[in-house]
Structure formats: C-alpha cells, structure tokens
Design a protein around this ligand. Structure first.
Ligand code: SF4
Length: 367
C-alpha cells in the first residue's frame, strides 16, 4: 500500500527527579552518569531511525525531559535541531518543579512551541499523597514563566479517579485548571498497573460508573468554556488539537526513539527495549508487530473512532476495498439511533456517549 512519508517523531527521555506512586511509564530516577551515555546512544538511534528530517511534529516525552541538567538539556535540543526545519508542532513534556527560566529560554530559542505539563491534581495534599513533588502554585508559576517567554500553547494533564478525590474536588481541579487558560487539557482515568506503589498498596482504580460521571462533569464544564472534546481524553480550544497525537489516532506512521519508545515505520509497529543497560550497549531488542492488511484495518477502526474526525468510510473503502457501512449496517444504525455515533458526510463520528463505550463499539465493527 502506498504510504505517506513519516511526518512525526517521538523522543523518550526516561529520567524523573522522583517516581510517582501510580506511574507505569518507562522511567528511572535521574542520575547524570546515566543521562550522559543515554543522550549519546539516543543521538545514534535518532540518526539511524529518523530518515526523514523534515517531520511536521516532534514530541519529547518521558519520564521528565526537563529533569536533565541544563547542559544536557541543551545537548538534547541541539540533537533534535536538524529535524526542526519543517516542524509545525514541537512539544516538550515538563514537570512544574523542573521548569526553570533557563530551560524555557533554551526551548524557545530552539523552536519548541508547545509544552505539556503534568499537573495531575490541583490539591497539594493529594499531590503529596501520590509522591508528586510540586504544588499547584508551582504549576501557576510555570505557566506564567512560559507565557512571559513567548510559549503560550500549553497542555495541562489531570488524572481522574485518584484516591480521596471527591466530586467537589474534581470541580475545583477543573476550575483551577481553567483559571490558567490553557489551550489544551488532557484528563486520563487512573489505571492501577502491576509493579506500581498503588498496586502494592491495593489502591483500586475508579469504577466504570465513577469514571463515566467524572468525564461527564469535566466535559460539561470544559464545553461551557469553549473547549472541544476532540478525543476520548482530550479537550482543546478550536485549532489547538494536538497534531502529534492526531498522527497516532489517524493511524499514520511515526518514528519513536529512546528507551521503551514505540514507533510505527514501514508497516511495522515496534517497541524499544526497556532495559537501560541493553539500550546503552546498543542492544535494542525491539518487540515488533508487522501490520498486515487485516491489522491495519482493525487499527484504522480502533484509532479513528477515538476522535471527532471519525472514521472516514470513503477512505476506508479506498484503503481496504470494503464497504464498512454495508457490512456493519445493523450495528452502525443501531449506535446512531442510540446516540453513540453520528453518521455525517460518510464519516462515523463518536459522540461523548460513544467515546465512553468505545471498546464495545470497536468490537462490533471488527470481523
Ligand atoms: S513524573 Fe511522569 S514519568 Fe516520572 S514517575 Fe511521575 S508520572 Fe512517571
């Protein structure tokens, strides 16, 4: 199948100043002696993997990229520089406590134009209880610092369903987040993964009912304030949807480099090793999945239905030579009648209610 060239690049920096109790990402405590060889190895990988230097989106995530010392942070930015000639959206993930004026200036002068901040909760007691080392005041200061230095495209992340967060506290969280006027807000429902402190402490994830009510509350408030619910867990002011993340949901290919990073190139989805020693030695044993036509079709359904761009039936027919509407007419019509899906301009678009039961809908659409 003829493919577009790869237009998005994800770079993983696995270091954090401290480890949060719920975290299941590929991350390690920051030590300079590990970060130095890591950046060297990352540069080598980047040069081999990312053959198209003219990518449109770059996302540097983690871990906490801003946990690097200033000289190493600059080294990272300089390593990425050759890939920024055509970049439209260039995001760095930051934690409020490690975002200094110096780092903001370095990012600004190297073309970074979007920042994603892990806020998670705006209640200082809750933050402390999950081993986050910032306060809501740090978040306010970080946002001010960014805006004063010319980076005003900001995403703030919240976690829904943390222990001891009542509905009233959730409303307060949203109100606090809105007071900072970000362009983009992500809200993820807590999942409790094995090997996390939450798991060991037998913390339970929110029930489906709780998660549904929390998303509904968030959606109500954010909609009233002009945000568009464009993906299951993401809201944006019009025009500020994350182009990088839309690459994933459009089922398009992207480069992924760094410890534990995932990528999708040449019909193959892969995940890098999560073993730092092996990665540093250059033994990047990847898990790979060759995406055949059938898998591609399933990914297309599963990912496209996450956003309000929806699943384009004309495109689907061109790609797979299949009339999905004809094949799944009964299911589609039934979800349209129940208000879970819309059928507009030959596209299937999930409503809020549809996004809340997406797994079920997807199963009904896959043979
Ligand atoms: S800062 Fe982010 S990546 Fe690091 S431990 Fe906390 S949640 Fe995980």
């Amino acid at each position: 199948m003829k493919k577009n060239k790869v237009n998005s690049l994800y770079i993983h920096i696995p270091f954090c100043e401290s480890i949060c109790d719920y975290c299941d990402f590929t991350k390690l405590q920051y030590f300079r002696i590990f970060a130095i060889p890591y950046l060297k190895r990352l540069k080598e990988e980047l040069e081999v993997v990312a053959s198209n230097k003219e990518v449109k989106t770059i996302y540097v995530g983690g871990g906490t990229p801003t946990s690097l010392d200033d000289d190493l942070f600059l080294e990272l930015l300089q390593m990425i520089k050759p890939y920024t000639t055509k970049v439209q959206e260039y995001t760095f993930e930051c934690n409020p406590e490690s975002l200094s004026l110096n780092k903001v200036k370095m990012m600004k002068s190297n073309g970074v134009n979007r920042i994603s901040i892990g806020v998670e909760s705006t209640d200082d007691k809750i933050l402390k209880s999950i081993n986050r080392h910032h306060t809501f005041n740090d978040v306010k200061n970080a946002v001010t610092l960014l805006k004063e230095n010319g980076i005003d495209n900001i995403n703030l992340d919240l976690i829904l369903g943390l222990p001891n967060v009542s509905e009233k506290m959730l409303e307060k969280d949203i109100k606090n987040i809105l007071s900072l006027n970000p362009n983009h807000i992500s809200c993820y429902s807590l999942t409790v993964h094995e090997h996390t402190v939450f798991f060991l402490n037998e913390i339970l994830p929110p029930t489906e009912e709780f998660a549904y009510e929390a998303y509904k509350k968030v959606d109500e408030i954010l909609k009233k304030n002009g945000y568009l619910h464009y993906e299951v867990s993401n809201w944006a002011k019009p025009g500020y949807q994350s182009e990088h993340n839309l690459t994933y949901w459009r089922n398009e290919e992207y480069y992924g480099v760094g410890l534990g990073a995932s990528g999708y190139i040449d019909d193959t989805r892969y995940k890098n090793t999560t073993n730092l020693n092996e990665y540093l030695k250059g033994n990047n044993e990847k898990e790979t999945e060759i995406v055949g036509l059938k898998d591609l079709e399933e990914y297309q359904i599963m990912l496209n239905l996450r956003t309000i761009e929806g699943l384009d039936l004309t495109l689907f027919k061109n790609l797979f030579n299949k009339d999905l509407y004809k094949n799944k007419k009964e299911a589609i019509d039934s979800y349209v009648r129940s208000g879970h899906l819309l059928l507009e301009n030959n596209k299937i678009i999930p409503t809020f209610e549809g996004m809340m039961i997406l797994d079920k809908i997807v199963l009904d659409f896959i043979d």
